[in-house]
Design a protein around this ligand. Sequence first.
Ligand code: FAD
Ligand code: NAI
Length: 480
Amino acid sequence: MSKTFDVVVIGGGPGGYIAAIRAAQLGLEVACIDAWRNAQGGPALGGTCTNVGCIPSKALLQSSEHYEHAAKGLAAHGITTQGLAIDVAKMIARKDAIVKQTNDGIQYLFKKNKVAFFHGRGSFVRAAAGGGWEIAVSAPAQETLIGKQVIVATGSRPRPLAGVPFDEERVLSNEGALAIGGASGQVPARLGVIGSGVVGLELGSVWRRLGAQVTVLEALPVFLGAADQQIAKEAFKAFTKQRLAIELGVKVEGVETGAAGVAVRYTGARGEVRLLEVDKLVVCVGRVPNTEGLAPEAVGLALDERGCIAVDEACRTNLAGVWAVGDVVRGPMLAHKAEEEGVAVAERIAGQHGHVDFDLVPWVIYTHPEIAWVGRTEQQLQASGRAYRSGTFAFAANGRARAMGAGTGMVKFLADAASDEILGVHIVGPLASELVAEAAVAMAFKASSEDIARICHAHPTLGEAMKEAALAVDKRTLNA
Ligand code: FAD
Ligand code: NAI
C-alpha cells in the first residue's frame, strides 16, 4: 500500500529539508526522502552542506585559524606560547561532532514540524493513477510514496579529473580533504590542489595553516574570475604572502598515484613542462548535478545540456507538479540559494507568491582574509556598458580592523552614475561574510550609496568601512 502526501521532497540537503519544513509550516502533509548515510549506516540529514561541505569546512577553518593565530598572531599582543601543538585527530573529531549535532538538529526539526522522513534513495516510478507521482524508496527503507507534488533536491557531487577517480586516500574530493588526519593524526607535508575555486582556497588554507606545503594549480589565467578583479588581486596578494602557492594558467597533463604519493605532470603558463610531487592531491574542479538513482527517464523529467534538471525561474520542471531546487538546477551551487528556492517552491505549492531575487545572492569565501560580494562586479558593469561610480575604503584605515590586527583588504562600492543606486558591493577583509549582509539588505531596498553614507554606524566597527566606501563613491571619505 503506498502512502500519499501533499508533497514528497527527494533530498534532505539545505534545498530539500528547508522546502519540507516550509511546506509543513503551511499546513501541507510532507515526506522527505534522503539517502545520506553516516559512518554507522544511519541517516545523516543535511546533505553535502552539513556532511561534507559548508559546516565541516567552517569547523576546520576555525580550528586552523586558531592554531595559526596562536603560532603567529599572538606575539604581537605580547602573548607568548610555548609547546604549541595541534592534535589533528581531535580537531577532526570536533568537526565530526558538529556535523552530527547538525544532522540531529534537522531530524528534530522534522519531528517538530511533522515532516515524515524516509531514509533511502527516491526514484521516480510513474505518474500515479489518481494524480501526482509514484516514488519508490529503496535501501534501507522500502516504501512506495505518492506525492501530489514532488520537489527534487538531490544536490551535486564532485567532478573528478578525466581518468583520475577519487580514492579518498591519495586523490581526494572535498570529502577526503575534510577528513585528512582523522585516523593518522598526520598533516601531509606536501598537499597538491587542482582548482583555485572556493573549495581549493578554503581547504587549501586549512591544511597550509596546519603546516602542509600547499600548491594550487589553476587552469584559468585569471584568479577568481567570478569575483571583482580588484578584490581578487588583493586576495591573491594576501594568499601569496601566506605562502599559499597558486599557479595560474596551467594545464594538467597527467596524474599518477603510487605508494609514496601523487605526481602531477602539467604545463605551466609559459608552456614549460613541470612535475608536482605531493603526498595527497585534492581535486576541486567544480561539481556536477546529481540525478543518480532518481530515474528521471522513467517519467520523462527533462534535463538541460549540463545534466541539471531543467527548470524555469520559478523552479518548475517540464512535468506538472514536479519542481526542482538547489545544486541540481541552474545557478550558483550555494546552500542559501538552495534554501531560498526551497522556501519559494513550498510557498508556490501552497498558493502563495514565493520569490527569489537571483541578483542578490551573496557569495562568501571563508579564507583569511574573507572575500564576499553581492551584485555586479566592475567587469560586469563595464561589459554591459552601464555607467557607474566606484568607491573603495581600505581596512588599514579602519580603527577596529587595526585593533584586531586585521588591516588587510578593502570594501568597494559600485553605484549607478546617475541614480546612485548600489549595483555591487565587494569586500576582502575581516568578517566580510557578515559585512556583506548590510549590502544585501541595502540593495534589496534599492538603496543608494548616499543612503549608506548617511546612516550612523557604531564606532569603532568594521561596519564603518562600509559607510566610508559608500562615502568614497562621492569622493568624500572622512578617514582616508
Ligand atoms: P545537497 O546538499 O547536495 O543535498 C542533496 C541530498 O540529496 C544529499 O543528502 C543526497 O544524499 C540526497 N540525494 C541525492 N539523490 C537522492 C535520491 N535519489 N534519493 C534520496 N536522496 C538523494 N555553500 C554555501 O552557501 N556556503 C558554504 O560555506 C559552502 N561551503 C561548501 C564547502 C564545500 C567543501 C562544498 C563541497 C560545498 C560547499 N557549499 C557551500 C555548497 C553547498 O554545500 C551546496 O550548495 C548545498 O549543499 C546544495 O544544497 P542541495 O540541497 O541542493 O544539495
Ligand atoms: P569552483 O567552480 O569554485 O572552482 C573550480 C576551479 O577549478 C575553477 O577555478 C576552474 O577554473 C578550475 N579548474 C577546472 N578544471 C580544471 C583543471 N582541469 N585543472 C585546473 N583547474 C581547473 O568549484 P569547487 O571549488 O570545486 O567548488 C564547487 C562549488 O561548491 C562552488 O562552485 C561553490 O558553489 C560551492 N562551494 C561554496 C563555498 C562557499 O560558498 N564558501 C565553499 C566551497 C564550495
